[in-house]
Design a protein around this ligand. Structure first.
Ligand code: ADP
Length: 239
């Protein structure tokens, strides 16, 4: 599980996160919602150790991880996968080249990479696109490549940063179904931020609501959506 304790983060005059506590249970799909500028991306960057908090502590299980540096930090980050709204794929590489990239960086032997890429293509159901250039893919197919790349190193956690926000409703549903299937099949913990309430309703078990850097509400999706207690949550749920 991922635990955030008393996290704060300031950028010049802007307080992005104010004393946030959060517990993401192992093996859950956890959603973080909030209006634009509420601090969602900052919180995700802190959880995924891309950024250090000014104050507070981050734990993975019982291990404190926000203080990791150098190789220890790299090794911990290798156990995480990330996907983004804009896919962040390498335009110079084809589908196979993109999925193979983290394995090449990790020094995995070529034969093993080929085998793993085959497995991953099957996992995200784009076997027929292995040689395709990115320009030949739809948004949904690009996100499938990004998911395959994120899963290449068998991460324990998948972070999704507005991963379906650039996709049409039908493609959004197919990507959410895929994330749910992967979650069930691989037992991976998923933490996602989104401004799309339908994403939370469709896949999340628990949700936290951020407002001006504060976590103002948290609970099961049922609880929060049935009876939002704060103005910030009501604004999102009833929008
Ligand atoms: P959200 O993801 O909910 O839209 P962010 O975490 O991106 O919110 O931003 C929270 C606040 O912190 C915003 O006011 C934003 O302008 C500010 N902020 C985020 N990242 C930076 C940064 N690297 N430098 C300066 N300000 C930042």
């Amino acid at each position: 599980m991922i635990v955030l304790k008393g996290i704060s983060k300031q950028y010049a005059a802007v307080t992005a996160i104010r004393h946030a506590d959060l517990l993401v249970p192992e093996g859950s799909i956890y959603g973080i919602i909030g209006r634009s500028g509420a601090g969602k991306s900052t919180l995700l960057r802190i959880m995924s150790l891309l950024e250090a908090p000014d104050t507070g502590e981050v734990y993975y299980g019982t291990e404190r991880v926000d203080t990791l540096r150098g190789m220890d930090l790299l090794q911990r980050r290798r156990k995480m996968g990330m996907i983004f709204q804009n896919f962040n794929l390498l335009g110079s590489r084809n589908v196979t080249g993109n999925i193979a990239y983290p394995l090449e960086i990790g020094g995995v032997p070529k034969k093993q990479i080929e085998k793993r890429v085959d497995e991953l293509l099957e996992l995200v159901d784009i076997q027929d696109k292995r040689k395709a250039r990115l320009g030949e893919l739809s948004g949904g197919q690009k996100q499938r490549v990004a998911i395959a790349r994120a899963l290449a190193v068998n991460p324990e956690v998948l972070f999704c940063d507005e991963a379906t926000s650039a996709l049409d409703p039908q493609t959004t549903r197919s990507i959410l179904t895929l994330i749910q299937e992967l979650h069930e099949r691989l037992g991976i913990t998923v933490a996602l931020i989104t401004h799309q309430m339908e994403v939370i309703r469709a896949v999340c078990e628990e949700v936290a609501v951020l407002d001006e850097g504060r976590i103002v509400e948290r609970g099961t999706v049922d609880e929060v959506f049935r009876d939002p207690k704060t103005a910030a949550a009501r604004e999102l749920v009833y929008a």
